[in-house]
Ligand binder design. Structure first.
Ligand code: PLP
Length: 272
């Protein structure tokens, strides 16, 4: 199974749990997604394509190359992804677009994957035995999630408006993840790429001084090829992203005043 190195470590767990062999690949430097040609050339039969931070992975190209595609839609709920692949997965963890604390959703065209998953997460009252896990959502979580789904259009609109506002304030030399402000995406993170690590750290310090907390979205040590101790030289784009990216606050509860303050700080910043 081919998967991007610039991704959540849960994906590695999932591949191992499914009895697959991970083929960890570098990502594209501009949109942080799996490269369809690299996935096709990797010898893998299945690609786990992450719509990274809300930008759309090229599912059609992967399918055209003969791969079965599992779409990781954890960052793109509310965008237009989730339907082209053979199956799609969503997370409702606390930091996600909508949440019920923990848990997720699996979707597929045929319903076969859903039926298999439903069987896998409930072990009581079975006529036959196979290893199963109790990954069920509680009723309380389900109730919370139903309410949150009702709010999804508002959440999406607010996230898009904040991202558009920041995007209009980018200083020269600072790049935004490619595709993030397109209408089909769901801005989950607003991730900037700086020319080098020193410039990234300098921007982070400047924003911290202005009272604005930022994060490095994926650190070097979190890259999946590092967990598997693969040669770092084979993953130049992800290594560079870990050193040069910075993510600004982006969530619906930000007030207009806070968004203005962050936008102004960004607009007034100059690279050295
Ligand atoms: C892109 C991506 N895929 C998968 C996951 C795993 O989701 P969960 O924490 O619900 O297992 C996450 C969570 O952080 C994620 O960001």
């Amino acid at each position: 199974m081919a998967l991007p190195t610039y991704a959540c470590s849960s994906l590695l767990n999932a591949v191992f749990l499914a009895g697959g062999s991970p083929v960890v690949l570098d990502v594209r430097a501009d949109d942080f997604c799996l490269d369809a040609d690299a996935a096709a050339d990797s010898g893998a039969k299945i690609a786990v394509a992450v719509h990274s931070f809300g930008c759309l992975s090229d599912i059609a190209a992967m399918k055209a190359a003969g791969l079965t595609v599992i779409e990781d839609c954890c960052h793109v709920l509310g965008g237009v992804a989730g339907g082209e692949g053979s199956a799609a997965i969503f997370s409702f963890y606390a930091t996600k677009i909508i949440t019920c604390g923990h848990g997720g959703l699996v979707w597929d065209h045929t319903g076969r994957v859903g039926t298999w998953v439903a069987d896998y997460i409930r072990s009581d009252g079975r006529e036959t035995y196979k290893p199963r896990f109790n990954f069920q959502l509680s009723d309380f979580q389900g109730a919370m999630l139903r309410r949150q789904f009702g709010r999804l259009p508002t959440v999406v609109a607010r996230r898009r408006a904040i991202a558009a506002r920041y995007a209009a304030c980018l200083p020269d030399g600072v790049r935004l993840q490619r595709g993030l402000t397109e209408p089909s995406t769901m801005p989950y993170r607003f991730t900037l790429t700086l020319p080098d690590a020193g410039q990234r750290d300098r921007l982070q310090r400047a924003l911290a001084t202005a009272g604005i907390a930022t994060i490095v979205p994926i650190e070097r040590f979190e890259l999946l090829h590092r967990y598997l101790q693969l040669p770092v030289g084979a993953f130049p784009n992800a290594e560079r992203l870990a050193d040069t990216t910075l993510s600004l606050p982006l969530y619906p509860a930000l007030t207009d005043q806070e968004v203005d303050r962050i936008s102004d700080a960004l607009a007034g910043y100059s690279l050295e």
